[in-house]
Design a protein around this ligand. Structure first.
Ligand SMILES: NC(=O)c1ccc[n+]([C@@H]2O[C@H](COP(=O)([O-])OP(=O)(O)OC[C@H]3O[C@@H](n4cnc5c(N)ncnc54)[C@H](O)[C@@H]3O)[C@@H](O)[C@H]2O)c1
Length: 360
């Protein structure tokens, strides 16, 4: 029997979730969106049988659902995930996992109680480059990763002024929490070690400057709030002795948009990198996946050749959720990793707010 999925939130990410679920053989039988008429429009566009204006209505009207995917503003991730887990559904939740580690702990408790799967859309793990690199790390080629650098930096990438993305109460923060993917990917490569200390600074320069608006995101709201950071720099040390430095920005004076994890191991270094072009993923964009080794007295740079993946693993990640629920594949991520990631993010903000290092 195919897994029956209900989708919550009919924004821009729905297309990727739908494609991934269907590739894995699941049926999308319902869609819910809180904004009037949006679910019905999405149901028609994506060929989904039932449309609902609330999650309550969807759970009551389509009790045969096995799983839900949550694709709504960050504030609603934890309450909706808990509601659906309590109703006995597997949950695939968009990133960030929640607004705080405390909320993630509550989600995990609900998953444990229900015995259902809780996974998050850390889609960059599903990119062919990331999986290829992880296979080298797992096979011992890299040794222990001593140090890593995670970056997702944009020059003009504020995703709408005054909307939910720039309102801390709805989003939890700016690029640190929104562009958390490379921090997650670095931790995935490093073996998700136990964090020890965190030191960070955030900057809100340009957060109200329309010259720094991204070509995507949601419509501006003149009466809205812009109280999140525009850029952040930080460092995380681990009980294992490893260290991670990070940079995340929506608006910062850099040459071009860069999305990368670079690491230095005891046997090899490596890099997974996407440099976006002037118009996003155009002809000038560059993808790199490389290993750096010393062989026979020579410095050797190996290029790992992987298939192009324009969607940055979004379809593959949704597919993995269904396959993990069915027991056909190992889950790309686990709830305890999401908890650790959110503990680090909480500590980054705490350090930036207090100006002091934070111990975890
Ligand atoms: N993984 C990725 O690459 C990626 C990319 C973009 C966005 N996201 C994440 O996806 C989520 C949604 O972002 P978006 O850009 O699609 O937002 P969006 O504002 O375009 O769409 C969100 C939709 O959710 C609906 N909604 C809001 N609250 C709801 C509720 N309580 N119940 C039901 N529906 C509700 C809204 O009406 C809207 O249609 C966010 O968490 C964001 O961080 C992930």
């Amino acid at each position: 029997m195919p897994i029956k999925v209900g989708v919550i939130g009919a924004g821009g990410m729905l297309q990727y979730h739908a494609a991934g679920f269907r590739q894995a053989g699941a049926e999308i039988i319902a869609v819910a969106d809180a904004a009037a008429g949006i679910a019905a429009k999405a149901a028609e566009k994506w060929g989904i049988g039932k449309a609902y204006d609330s999650v309550e209505a969807m759970l009551a009207g389509s009790p045969q659902l096995d799983a839900v995917s949550i694709i709504v503003p960050n504030k609603f991730h934890a309450p909706l995930a808990i509601q659906c887990l309590n109703a006995g559904k597997h949950v695939f939740c968009e990133k960030p996992p929640a607004l705080s580690a405390a909320q993630v702990a509550e989600m995990i408790a609900a998953a444990d109680e229900s015995g259902k799967k809780l996974m998050f859309n850390f889609n960059n793990r599903a990119r062919p480059e990331s999986q290829a690199m992880k296979s080298y790390i797992d096979s011992g080629v890299v040794g222990t990763i001593n140090s890593a650098q995670a970056k997702w930096i944009r020059r003009t990438g504020i995703p709408g002024f005054g909307g939910w993305f720039t309102t801390k109460a709805l989003s939890g923060g700016g690029p640190v929490i929104d562009l958390l993917h490379m921090i997650d990917l670095a931790l995935y490569f490093m073996g998700y070690p136990e964090p020890a200390h965190v030191l960070a600074r955030t900057f809100d320069s340009f957060i109200t400057d329309k010259g720094f608006k991204g070509p995507w995101g949601i419509p501006d709201r003149a009466d809205g709030v812009n109280d999140v950071e525009a850029a952040a720099h930080g460092v995380v040390t681990f009980k294992s002795g490893q260290i991670l430095t990070l940079q995340a920005s929506w608006a910062e004076m850099i040459r071009r948009e860069e999305v990368s994890v670079v690491f230095q191991g005891t046997a090899a270094g490596g890099k997974v990198e996407r440099l976006f072009g002037r118009d996003g993923l155009d002809d000038t964009a560059i993808d790199n996946c490389e290993l750096y080794v010393q062989e026979n007295g020579n410095s050797v740079n190996r290029t790992i050749v992987t298939p192009a993946c324009e969607d940055m693993g979004r379809i593959g990640s949704a597919k993995n959720f269904i396959e993990a629920v069915e027991g056909k594949a190992a889950a790309f991520n686990t709830p305890d990793q999401a908890l650790k990631l959110m503990q680090i993010i909480d500590a980054l903000y705490q350090s930036a707010n207090t100006g002091k290092p934070v111990s975890i």
